[in-house]
Design a protein around this ligand. Structure first.
Ligand code: NAD
Length: 453
């Protein structure tokens, strides 16, 4: 059995059957058997089923939000937002089956055109930080494009995925179209990657595991998309609205207790503004409500596990001085107080490695050129922010920073309607937005000879 722990209490929340490689094989076989009928469902009917699925999830919004908040230790307000996003994602991709367009291309002697074909059975491997939301970014376009799926959620947070499988049936999706296997990554995830009947693996998780998935997928030339780690820069120029930049900086790095691939964990601040920024940042960190995820006022919950807390703690009390320390509850629960290190050199371990916890590194910079150089001096390139009142400078820096998703005078990253994904070792491929179904289809070119050739 998999013992699922509630991070805020350290108590067992549920026990669920622990899937094995044999369970993965059986799930792939069911998904493969379901595929011919699913791909043959008329586009409008597939769209109607996805809309119905969105409605069923919306009907269970409260139940799923509480389950996610308890299992992942995230504030209930955040969990509600995430389940709301799951509903929106299915509604958005319900528009896709009828818009899987091809091209007609001028050629001699006949007609050339392209169609988008589904891939077959797609393996989806997801992390524990935004369990059902990240799964939906893969599920919705994959299903819309006519694939069947086998979803392997993270071992620590399988509960909403397992419930989702039941809701998919309730919405009328045929048996086998959505399979969920809750088991260890090294066994079940690895089996999906090597399985000859899995056409593609869409993965979100650490860069380290992503690397092994890319290597494993090479054996069967499996299609792979990878959404991996980050070490994003929040670049604050002296001419910015400093109060606004400082007030929103904690949310950008301590949201989800810092367990966010988009966390702006390097805060780059122009030297002349450093003192004023740090004063305002301290106020904002002190005001952050850390506590029981089910309390409506909570803004930050515990970390996911004892192991994660140990890993995060190893970044504090290193070379970089602690400038700000927020509060966290005592007693049971994997709590860690939000912590700001300043000044940090971009060569320090806290600036180079993804901490995946509530620890921010403030790195001072001299000018625009140095800000860009520092922002890009990392193996990652997922997200980031730029704060300035100078529009031309904002656009210059936005073009120069090597990252997949950026916001100017804002710290947002993910929207259902815009592409999301990384540069460099933050991965390849894009999720969400109008083109996400491209990653779940193959282009087929057909030539029809009209002049006997
Ligand atoms: P992880 O890489 O440890 O695990 C992710 C998933 O992969 C889990 O389901 C796990 O069971 C599975 N897995 C583990 N070993 C495997 C193997 N050998 N073969 C196949 N599957 C395997 O990541 P995590 O700790 O769950 O999540 C945190 C990481 O995810 C962070 O690095 C974070 O940045 C990243 N992340 C990225 C994004 C993004 O969109 N770029 C979003 C969220 C999280």
């Amino acid at each position: 059995m998999l013992r699922v722990i509630e991070p805020a209490t350290e108590e067992v929340l549920a026990e669920v059957p622990r899937a094995t490689a044999a369970d993965v094989d059986a799930a792939v076989a069911r998904a493969r058997a379901a595929w011919p009928a699913w791909r043959a469902v008329a586009p409008g009917d597939r769209a109607a089923l996805l809309r119905r699925l969105a409605d069923v999830i919306a009907k269970h919004h409260d139940e799923l939000s509480v389950l996610e908040a308890r299992n992942a230790g995230k504030p209930i307000g955040d969990a509600r937002g995430e389940i709301g996003m799951v509903v929106d994602t299915f509604r958005y991709y319900a528009g896709a089956p009828e818009r899987l367009l091809g091209d007609t291309i001028p050629v001699a002697g006949g007609l050339g055109f392209t169609v988008r074909e589904p891939l077959g059975v797609v393996g989806l491997i997801t992390p524990w930080n935004f369990p059902l939301a990240i799964a939906s970014w893969k599920l919705a376009p994959a299903l819309a494009a006519g694939n069947t799926v086998v979803l392997k959620p993270a071992e620590l947070t399988p509960l909403t995925a397992l419930r989702f499988a039941e809701l998919a049936l309730e919405a009328g999706l045929p048996e086998g179209v959505v399979e969920v296997v809750a088991g260890p990554g090294s066994e079940c995830g690895a089996r999906l990657v090597e399985h000859p009947d899995v056409a593609k693996v869409a993965f979100t998780g650490s860069t380290e595991v992503g690397r092994s998935i890319a290597a494993g997928a090479a054996a069967t030339i499996k299609r792979v998309t990878l959404e991996l780690g980050g070490k994003s820069a929040n670049i604050v120029f002296a001419d910015a609205d400093l109060e606004q930049a400082a007030a929103s900086a904690p949310g950008a790095v301590f949201g989800n207790a810092g367990q966010d691939c988009c966390a702006r964990s390097r805060i780059l601040v122009e030297r002349g503004a450093l003192d004023r920024f740090m004063e305002a940042l301290e106020e904002a960190v002190d005001a952050l409500q850390v506590g029981d995820p089910l309390d409506e006022a909570t803004q930050m919950g515990p970390l996911i596990s004892a192991g994660q807390r140990e890993q995060v703690a190893s970044f504090v009390n290193g070379d970089a001085p602690i400038a700000i320390r927020g509060s966290a509850p005592d007693g049971p629960g994997f709590w860690f107080a939000p912590t700001v290190l300043c000044p940090v050199s971009n060569d320090d371990r806290a600036a180079r490695e993804e901490i995946f916890g509530p620890v921010a590194a403030v790195i001072p910079f001299r000018d625009e050129a140095e800000a860009i150089a520092l922002a890009n001096d990392t193996i990652y390139g997922l997200s980031g922010s730029i704060w300035t009142r100078d529009g031309a400078k904002a656009l210059r820096v936005a073009r120069a920073v090597e990252t997949g998703v950026l916001s100017i005078n804002s710290n947002t990253s993910v929207r259902v309607s815009t592409p999301f994904g990384g540069f460099k070792q933050s991965g390849y491929g894009r999720e969400l937005g109008p083109h996400a179904t491209d990653a779940y289809t193959e282009v087929k070119t057909v030539y029809y000879a009209t002049e006997g050739r």
